[in-house]
Each structure stands twice: as C-alpha cells, then as structure tokens.
Design a protein around this ligand. Structure first.
Ligand SMILES: Nc1ncnc2c1ncn2[C@@H]1O[C@H](COP(=O)(O)OP(=O)(O)OP(=O)(O)O)[C@@H](O)[C@H]1O
Length: 322
C-alpha cells in the first residue's frame, strides 16, 4: 500500500482487557492519509473507530494496550516511539488535536468559554493577548458571536454552540490534523448540516486535515473525501467516498449503504443489516454476509487492492476465490 508522508498507520493492533480475557479492538490495520483530506471512518458501534483515533492520540490507557509491532508516523515522526512528555509538548494540540465523542460535556460549566482557551494556550506558552486574539477569531470562524460567547459559561449555550466552541478550541494551536469523533451525532439534523458546512469550510480555508468518525453514513458521505469502512476491528474497504457511496464493493459496505434511505433508492428498498456476531473463524463478516462462500467460513481474507480501492473480501482482487 502507498505511504503518504502525512499520516501513515502501520500494523496497528489494540487490545482491551475485560475481566480475564482480552478484546482485540483493532486488528493489525494499516492505512494512510494525505494532507488536506477529510477521511471519514464509518462502521457500526463497536467496530473500533474510536479506538483507532485514540491510538493516534496515544490515549489508550492500561489495561488497554497497543501491539508492539504497531507504528503510527505523522510527517515521518514515529508517534508511538516518542516520550509521553515530548508527544504532549510537540504533537498534541499543536500538530494533532481532537474533538472527543460526547464532547459537549467536556466543557467545564464553572469556567467561561474564554478560560478554556487560556488553559490550552498557557500549557503551550501562548500569551494571554495572543490567546484572546486567536480565540475570538476562531469563534468567529465557527460562526459564533465572539465577544458574547467568549464571556459566556457553557451551560448558557445550546448543544450546537458548545460543539462549535469545542471545534474552535481544537484549532487554537493551528494543528494540521483534527480528529473529530461523532462530532455532530447528538445534534438535530438542521444543526448537524450547519456544523458540517462549517467543518468543510475549515478544511478548505485553513487547509486543516480532518479524520471524521461517524456511524452516520449520510454525514460521512457529505463531509469526507476518502472513506474507511470498519467491521469488528478491521478495515474492510477503503477508497474515495463518492465511489464507495455509489458502488460499495465489500458486502458489509453494501449492507451499510442499503440500510440508509437517503443514500440508495427509496424507503421500500431500505434493508436492515442482517444481525449476528462477528465470526470467530474465517472472514469476520461471514456470519452476516449475503454473499458468503464456503472458503469465507474457514479462511480469513487479507485486504487487497482493487480498482483504486482496498477491499477485504474473497470476491475481489488477489483475494478472489477460484
Ligand atoms: N476502555 C475499554 N475497555 C474495554 N473494552 C473497550 C474499551 N473501549 C472500547 N472497548 C471495546 O472495543 C471495541 C471497539 O470499541 P470502539 O469504541 O473503538 O468502537 P466504535 O466503533 O468507536 O464504537 P462506538 O461508536 O460505539 O464508540 C468494542 O468491542 C468495545 O466494547
């Protein structure tokens, strides 16, 4: 697979310990991202999307662990090999920042909005004047009234406004990559649309690259230029968003697209995804796949290149059965 020189994730595995057993949340996955892209990561709940993001942010805490062979390069720097203090000083917020899942609750109701900006600014050596100027500009960028909102307390703002504050905050140190985890999920549809347009403008006008994690296919279709589809900790398909939306190749991607009315056809053609747990043998999706073959039940498919995409399925590429 190609190497971008921007973000290159190699052989990433993440385990969590639950009681006496371990869950493999990301299974030896590799992918790249180019500067300026909006990379959408989609998949059902529990497919490993947030874990992937947390690994890039070095936020997997024991008893969770990252496999020793895993590498995450950002502009050539091996993030997992850095000292924790160096990562916090040189990378977090400055190069890579994030808007966490359920993030509206991450603002402190006893602090004014501007104080949240000061907190991050001080820890990175930015003066109060500089922080104020940047904060007001960023609040304007996310289409908030800067003077009024800066002085407000989070509990005085609507959900959509709080989310915009968090996006502004994530941009304070002008990072090159922002990871947004379910950034619009808790909002009503009209507010979602408004916020997605703001995020698109940030990508276009500021050149900020974005990893956008969502289980919402229409949202991913609207915002992303490239897409990764995850199932049970594996990347099952990767390619340009418009191509995956128009013609999903992997049976799981196809099932996802067919489960959404606004993406493919009318309501009569909406099909819920067949229920079932990931298989413990062969292809993980074989228990739910409507194109399952005998080989899928015993052999595990690797991911292979096919028509400008990568697909993990025996129907395509060098994996193709027969
Ligand atoms: N801290 C944790 N301890 C134990 N298991 C975890 C932990 N965090 C995630 N998991 C498990 O790892 C797997 C992947 O979870 P993850 O949150 O990455 O998925 P996701 O696709 O982001 O789903 P969601 O949108 O629901 O967060 C799931 O089986 C989940 O239960």
């Amino acid at each position: 697979m190609s190497v971008s020189g921007f973000l290159d994730v190699r052989d990433l595995s993440v385990w969590y310990r639950v009681g006496s057993s371990e869950i493999r949340a990301v299974r030896d996955e590799s992918f790249s991202m180019e500067k300026g892209e909006v990379l959408g990561i989609i998949g059902e709940s529990g497919s490993g999307k947030s874990t992937l993001a947390k690994a890039i942010l070095r936020a997997i805490r024991p008893p969770g662990r990252i496999g020793p062979q895993s590498k995450i390069f950002f502009k050539g720097k091996d993030l997992l090999a850095m000292k924790e203090s160096e990562f916090r000083r040189e990378v977090l917020w400055k190069l890579i920042s994030y808007v966490p899942q359920a993030s509206q609750n991450s603002l402190n109701n006893t602090m004014r909005v501007i104080d949240h900006f000061y907190d991050t600014a001080y820890s990175h050596g930015l003066s109060r004047e500089e922080a104020t100027e940047r904060a007001l500009n960023l609040l304007r960028t996310v289409r908030l009234d800067p003077e009024r909102v800066a002085k407000a307390y989070p509990f005085q703002l609507s959900g959509g406004m709080k989310q915009r504050v968090l996006i502004a905050l994530s941009l304070l140190l002008n990072p090159e990559l922002v990871i947004m985890d379910e950034a619009v999920s808790s909002l009503d549809v009209a507010t979602q649309k408004y916020l997605l347009e703001i995020i698109k403008d940030i990508n276009k006008d500021m050149g900020t690259s974005i990893i956008f994690i969502t289980h919402d296919i229409p949202v991913a279709a609207f915002i992303s230029t490239k897409m990764i589809v995850m199932y049970a900790g594996e990347i099952v398909e990767e390619g340009r968003t418009e191509e995956i939306i128009k013609k999903p190749l992997h049976p799981y991607s196809n099932a996802l697209m067919s489960s959404v009315p606004s993406i493919k056809g009318d309501l009569d053609r909406v099909r819920p995804i067949r229920e079932g747990l990931p298989s413990t043998e062969g292809c993980l999706f074989s228990t739910r796949c409507d194109r399952v073959m005998e080989s899928c039940k015993t052999q595990h498919p690797g991911i292979s290149a096919f028509n400008g995409r990568r697909v993990r399925c025996f129907l395509y590429g060098t994996n193709k059965a027969g």
